[in-house]
Design a protein around this ligand. Structure first.
Ligand SMILES: [Fe+2]
Length: 284
């Protein structure tokens, strides 16, 4: 436990993937995917590591939620983003942006999804301030919204949903064919529920990005993830995979940057951000 709390939780890693989703003759497009920072104001190492990600020179930043874990975390999180906020960006929220973490038995998550207690509560974290500040910096709020942006010279159609883990997703508000004239169609969500993946894929999105799973957070070497905390199978709890709908859409699930302050341990599942380099599809 000492290793999991003191070492691995602060042993950040950058994962890199190349994804062939762009039209021939375009790109590459560098997309930085961050998720699940669960930032508390004292996490200086995490904050400075997030800030260093600007050196990757991404064309687009995608934040799939659970950014904060304390009512005084909005400013530290925005400070961490620093120059990244000056780049094109999109975001959705996760349940932990709305609800402060509660103490509990960390082993309970092994028994199934954790959302039940949150559905009837009123939010007690400043999620509106967090959203407003990211939006004021120019990032697109994709909580049950569609949008269009230009990044790296490419025309990108985007859509997202709020967190299905607390039943705030409203796919009907973004449903419909993704713009076939765009260079890229990107769908984002916090929790990668298979029914949402199916819907985005059927509507023609090329690449789906999600977080929430923490990659399982406490994993077993040579076995991997124990639970995903949602309906996704554990084999796809993190990393790049295909989803078998709509022509095998690409799915990237981030294992996330942080942990709940009440379960401050990671094992065989280092905290991460991902640099996704989008390249042209194989035209053969
Ligand atoms: Fe999370």
């Amino acid at each position: 436990m000492g290793y999991a709390v003191l070492v691995e939780r602060n042993w950040f890693t950058l994962r890199r993937f190349e994804i062939p989703v762009l039209p021939p003759g375009t790109g590459p497009l560098r997309v930085l995917h961050i998720s699940d920072a669960h930032l508390t104001p004292g996490r200086k190492r995490l904050m400075s590591w997030i800030r260093s990600l600007d050196d990757l020179d991404p064309h687009l930043v995608v934040n799939t939620g659970d950014s904060i874990a304390h009512r005084r975390s909005v400013e530290p999180f925005l400070d961490s983003l620093g120059p990244l906020l000056g780049r094109p960006g999109v975001f959705v929220l996760g349940s932990n942006d709305l609800f402060a973490p509660q103490p509990g038995n960390p082993a309970m998550y092994l028994r199934g999804p954790s959302s039940r207690k949150l559905k009837k509560k009123a939010p007690d974290l400043p999620w509106e301030k967090l959203s407003d500040r990211m939006a004021a910096a120019g990032w697109l709020d994709l909580n049950n919204k569609r949008g269009q942006l230009t990044a790296g010279g490419l025309d990108i159609a985007v859509a997202g949903v709020h967190d299905s883990h607390i039943e705030r997703d409203r796919y009907a508000e973004v449903a419909g064919r993704a713009d076939p004239g765009a260079d890229l169609r990107l769908g984002i969500m916090h929790s990668p529920e298979p029914r949402l993946l199916d819907q985005f894929a059927t509507d023609g999105y090329d690449l789906l990005l999600a977080g929430h799973t923490h990659g399982g957070q406490l994993c077993l070497p040579w076995y991997g993830t124990l639970v995903t905390n949602c309906g996704l199978d554990r084999q796809r709890a993190r990393g790049l995979h295909r989803h078998p709908a709509g022509g095998q859409v690409w799915l990237h699930v981030s294992a996330g940057l942080g942990t709940s302050p009440w379960a401050p341990a990671r094992f065989a599942c280092r905290p991460e951000a991902s640099l996704l380099t989008l390249v042209p599809r194989d035209s053969s």
